[in-house]
Ligand binder design. Structure first.
Ligand code: MN
Length: 331
């Protein structure tokens, strides 16, 4: 997924003020964004949020669907560049075909993880394949890379088998009716094979009817939970698909439950102490770096070519008229 906005706002993220220093419960409303024109996909964007630009190293969160794409184009995201981040693709329903400038071509299905580490620079496209299930539903997340790793060689990972914790077999257990898939990082000793560059976690908790569970957390991490389906209760807060429930730091457990089948996505990580500049699909540290990356994309350098996408690559928007400058995180 891409930020297709032709007038992307600058987002200054991170910094020591980024994390609440205690457990909190803040429901952050999503912004609705249409990707790819009037018949495009409606996404609910919760990160970056004005009050919490990041959660750990998680710096971008789009939730799309469920959408019936039987008579619609579905996902159509033309080739576009990324720097300084990882893209994390996770589906609740449907199929998405990824193609990148390293030559990877990978269909992703629900329960599988696509992880693309942009590092110094990569380009990719994402699209609904011609033959696909009727419903598309998923999330697209970005992880900011720490300074020491943000220039790594780009690479792509597909993880079809992720650790799953249930009440019957995952160490301490997750509780009655709770099944947890660990996308990235580790929960209760179950570690994802996905490569991470800073301490963080992502996990999908599937809650059966009448589920009641308790997820183990790390007090040094900051956390947030996104509702994916149904209607869950997270730390006593009703959570439907849409907003992001920001939970702060200082927690060792998280109570989750649901009266009817529901799914929530847990995101967490060590508070990200670096200030980053996010503009369009690029993450950097200052204005000039973003300008160089944009120039490289527009002149065919650095990012390579995505082969096999039926359409033109996405042009970069014009740079804003004022320089991208670090400023206070909170308004
Ligand atoms: Mn992308």
């Amino acid at each position: 997924m891409s930020n297709l906005d032709q007038h992307p706002a600058e987002a200054v993220c991170g910094g020591p003020l980024a994390a609440a220093a205690e457990p909190v419960r803040e429901l952050l409303p999503a912004r609705e964004v249409v990707l790819g024109g009037p018949r495009g996909t409606l996404v609910r964007r919760t990160l970056p949020h004005r009050d919490h630009r990041m959660v750990g190293a998680w710096c971008f969160a789009d939730h799309y669907g469920p959408e019936d794409i039987t008579d619609r184009p579905g996902m159509r995201v033309p080739p576009h560049p990324h720097t300084g981040l990882q893209t994390v693709s996770w589906l609740v329903a449907g199929d998405v075909l990824h193609k990148d400038s390293l030559g990877n071509r990978q269909l992703i299905r629900p329960g599988q993880l696509n992880l693309m580490t942009a590092g110094h620079g990569i380009a990719h496209s994402e699209e609904s394949p011609p033959e696909r299930p009727p419903v598309l539903h998923g999330v697209q997340l970005w992880v900011a890379l720490p300074d020491g790793d943000r220039d790594v060689e780009p690479h792509f990972e597909h993880h079809p088998d992720l650790p799953i914790l249930t009440d019957s077999g995952g160490g301490v257990g997750t509780g009655r009716g709770v099944t947890v898939t660990v996308l990235m990082g580790e929960i209760d000793g179950a570690g994802s094979p996905a490569r991470t560059y800073s301490p963080l976690v992502a996990a999908d908790a599937e809650l059966g009817a009448g589920a009641a569970g308790r997820l183990p957390l790390r007090p040094d991490f900051e956390y947030a939970v996104l509702g994916l389906t149904g209607s869950a209760e997270v730390d006593g807060v009703p959570l439907d698909p849409g907003p992001l429930l920001y939970l702060g730091t200082g927690r060792s457990v998280l109570d989750v439950g649901a009266e009817r089948p529901s799914r929530v996505l847990l995101l967490g990580g060590e508070p990200f102490e670096e200030r980053i500049v996010m503009w369009w699909n690029l993450v950097g540290r200052d204005h000039d770096e973003i300008v160089r990356a944009r120039e490289d994309w527009m002149t065919g350098r650095r990012f390579g070519t995505v082969n096999g996408y039926d359409g033109e690559p996405l042009p970069a928007p014009a740079m804003p008229t004022t320089p991208l400058k670090p400023r206070g995180r909170r308004r």
